[in-house]
Design a protein around this ligand. Structure first.
Ligand code: HEM
Length: 183
């Protein structure tokens, strides 16, 4: 399964990188290329999610689950893989629900922000994967500068989780209010 995982991970990484590039072009540039990027974004995002599910399933089969969950490095790999899936699932739902208006007004900045957060997280997933097979990169040195050594289990203080939940609730309330105002 190890060889299969090595091969399969290229698909979500490739589609996520492509989707991020399309969002950058669609949000920041004028012209035909930007139009094409906006129009083709949803299928690329959907394919990225399917590819990620397959990559995650194959990853979970590489080592026995007890081994994966006992290693801080593997735990971090699983965590960032699931976060990447979460961010790109969010992007997919937003682009799907908004349809042709996904890039209108302030929406483009939300897509851009999410895509930039997503690219940082999936780059971290790939980097940790590299560490798992002994192929380290300078990217983890950058993460260390931000205070996180990938060999230690990623830790979020409880107050940060509380703030994140609060931000989520505020966003949901603002969204519902905006929706009602638009009706
Ligand atoms: C979207 C999800 C994922 C991506 C993009 C990803 C990416 C990677 C990459 C790039 C590598 C290094 C492969 C190489 O250098 O050829 C790797 C290795 C590895 N990944 Fe993942 N991975 C994902 C999900 C998972 C999950 C959920 C697990 C569960 C434990 C996992 C377990 C592993 C293991 C154990 C290795 C080392 C394989 C070995 O020892 O040969 N991966 N992964």
């Amino acid at each position: 399964m190890s060889g299969l995982h090595h091969m399969l991970v290229h698909f979500p990484l490739g589609f996520w990188a492509l989707a991020t590039l399309m969002i950058l072009i669609g949000a920041l540039l004028p012209g035909r290329m930007a139009e094409l990027s906006r129009a083709a974004l949803l299928p690329v995002l959907v394919l990225s999610l399917l590819a990620a599910l397959v990559a995650i399933a194959s990853g979970l089969l590489v080592w026995p689950i007890e081994a994966s969950t006992s290693s801080p490095l593997a735990r971090n790999h699983i965590l960032t893989a699931l976060w990447s899936l979460g961010v790109f699932s969010m992007l997919t739902v937003l682009v799907w629900r908004a349809g042709s208006t996904a890039f209108d007004g302030a929406r483009r900045w939300v897509l851009l922000l999410l895509a930039l957060i997503g690219i940082s997280i999936f780059a971290t997933t790939g980097t940790i994967g590299g560490h798992l097979v002994g192929a380290t990169t300078q990217f983890s040195e950058l993460l260390k500068l931000f205070g996180w050594d990938v060999y230690h289990t990623f830790f979020v203080p409880t107050w940060v989780i509380a703030v994140m939940v609060l931000i989520g609730i505020v966003c949901a309330v603002l969204g519902l209010k905006g929706r009602r105002a638009a009706l």
